[in-house]
Ligand binder design. Structure first.
Ligand code: AMP
Ligand code: MG
Length: 489
């Protein structure tokens, strides 16, 4: 019996949507880690996946009957400049599976060898970026943020050349789909309206079935705007910086995708940038909402011919849909920060309360994650000493804290209830850069996957205190700070 029942809806689209290509076998596949809970949720057999046939599939050494084996075509704006042809240069879609709840997922190998879209690339992935994506995407999932997932990581037994020779690896990525804004741009750039219509209909039936029927392309645009507004607000409330918000890295389904030089902020500062390739801070923390709207504008442009045959009529329709991004984003953001501050009721001045806390954190160089965590822990106490100590100038915090306490007097919930609610939304553990780098270094330099395994385990329960693991919650010491992250592609 075939261990995986594929049903490949994307491969049933016309041939110009993809290239058929088989993964290039590797020398000596070795499983680093299988995400067993995820495998089970997807209805896959963990024991089979861990066995020789399973590992061969995860390494690209053996294809199952029914697999699609395609590299998808897409375009994209990278740092503002348009490339009409990018495509999966080192990723191969094995196919789609349907989980127990009837939800469809892509299984994709990242680093599986060259494809017709590889250009000058080798189609491979180095171990470091594979582990980074595994760690951060799984942490995001545990934090409750829509994201692609990591099903497995395998070593290839081959070296890849970057600046130096590095161990090669393949990541098996699970996503609701790998359709990006850039997928639409690929066809728009070619004036291929028929393909755009097929793609839009595919996306509607797959991701936004409620949009079906008359007026569906406008409904699709509005739905994608809404999911992105919700997603970016979640990033902002957790201190996540994607790092490469190019239009080819924006999922139409609204999942966080393509973990390159992504990072979480330690000390709060709106201009924080980690990515070594982001010289001008285009994708800095505070720029993420306007960049998302910019990307959505590129998406809307691709839909114009579907919105109305008369472009002069289509433009204002698209504009009105895009104009909904800012207010929707604000609503999600304020709701998210209200929850973080334990506010179950809504007052107009809350916005100012949130803004002034962020300003105090910026001034006091306070750790974003720990401020909210300690506010939660101390929410049922009279003192906020532990939180205060996070600020270089405690006076800034004290002034703010007085206002917060006044505000809490107008809440109806008990302090204990509030504490419980806050602890559920303010994580103790995030994938801090210095921890991620240390786990990667141990694996790459010494073949020691212990720190990676422990980190994965800690981050699987980000909201729970884990005795003995306090060290994973603390911000980096001065000498541990990671100032730049690399995508390593
Ligand atoms: P990314 O920065 O990962 O979003 O990738 C941007 C584009 O470069 C995509 O088309 C990738 O498929 C392609 N790419 C990245 N790394 C490689 C590689 N090692 N070999 C071939 N193509 C690559
Ligand atoms: Mg990408």
């Amino acid at each position: 019996m075939n261990p995986i029942a594929f049903d490949n809806s994307y491969a049933r689209l016309p041939p110009r949507f993809y290239a058929e290509v088989a993964p290039t076998p590797v020398a000596a596949p070795r499983l680093i880690r299988l995400n067993e809970p995820l495998a089970s949720r997807l209805g896959l057999d963990p024991d089979w996946l861990k066995g020789p046939e399973g590992i061969a599939m995860l390494a690209g050494n053996g294809m199952l009957a029914g697999a699609a084996s395609i590299a998808t075509a897409y375009a994209g704006h990278q740092f503002g400049g348009f490339s009409p042809q990018l495509g999966d240069g080192r990723a191969i879609l094995l196919g789609e599976i349907i989980d127990q709840d009837g939800k469809r997922y892509d299984l994709q190998l990242k680093g599986a060898g060259p494809t017709p879209f590889s250009r000058r690339g080798d189609g491979r992935a180095a171990l470091g970026p594979v582990l980074r994506e595994y760690i951060v995407s799984e942490a995001m999932a545990a934090l409750g943020i829509p994201t692609t997932r990591a099903l497995a990581a395998v070593l290839t037994g081959e070296a890849v050349r970057r600046e130096t020779l590095l161990p090669g690896a393949v990541l098996t990525r699970v996503a609701s789909s790998h359709i990006r804004i850039g997928t639409f741009q690929f066809f728009a750039a070619r004036g291929d309206v028929e393909a755009l219509r097929l793609l839009a209909d595919h996306v509607i039936s797959r991701h936004y079935p409620a949009c079906s029927g008359e007026g569906r392309y406008l409904a699709l645009l509005e739905a994608v705007v809404a999911t992105q507004a919700a997603l970016i607000a979640q990033w902002m409330t957790i201190g996540f910086i994607h790092g490469v918000m190019n239009t080819d890295n924006m999922s139409i389904a609204g999942e966080t995708i393509d973990y390159g030089p992504c990072a979480f902020m330690d000390a709060y500062h709106p201009t924080t940038v980690f990515s070594s390739i982001d010289e001008h801070g285009r994708y800095a923390y505070a720029n993420q909402p306007p960049i998302a709207r910019w990307n959505l504008t590129r998406f809307a442009e691709t839909l114009l011919p579907l919105l109305d045959a008369d472009i002069d009529k289509a433009v204002p329709i698209a504009q009105a849909a895009l104009d909904r991004f800012d207010p929707q984003f604000q609503v999600h953001l304020i709701a998210g920060f209200r929850r973080k501050l334990g506010l179950a009721t809504e007052e107009a001045e809350d916005v100012e309360l949130i803004r002034s806390l962020l300003e105090a954190m910026q001034q006091g160089e306070a750790d974003f994650t720990l401020v909210f965590r300690r506010l939660s822990e101390e929410a049922a106490q009279d003192s906020a000493d532990a939180c205060r100590s996070l600020f270089s100038d405690p006076a800034v915090f004290e002034a703010w804290e007085g206002r917060w306490c006044q505000r809490l007097l107008r809440e109806t919930a008990s302090a204990e209830t509030r504490r419980g609610a806050m602890l559920k939304v303010n994580p103790l553990f995030i994938p801090r850069n210095h921890l991620v780098e240390a786990a990667i270094e141990a694996a790459v330099e010494r073949g020691d996957f212990g720190p990676f395994e422990v980190l994965i385990d800690v981050l699987a329960r980000p909201f729970e205190a884990q005795p003995g693991r306090e060290n994973y919650a603390r911000p980096p010491e001065m000498h541990e700070r990671v100032l730049a992250t690399f995508c390593g592609t």
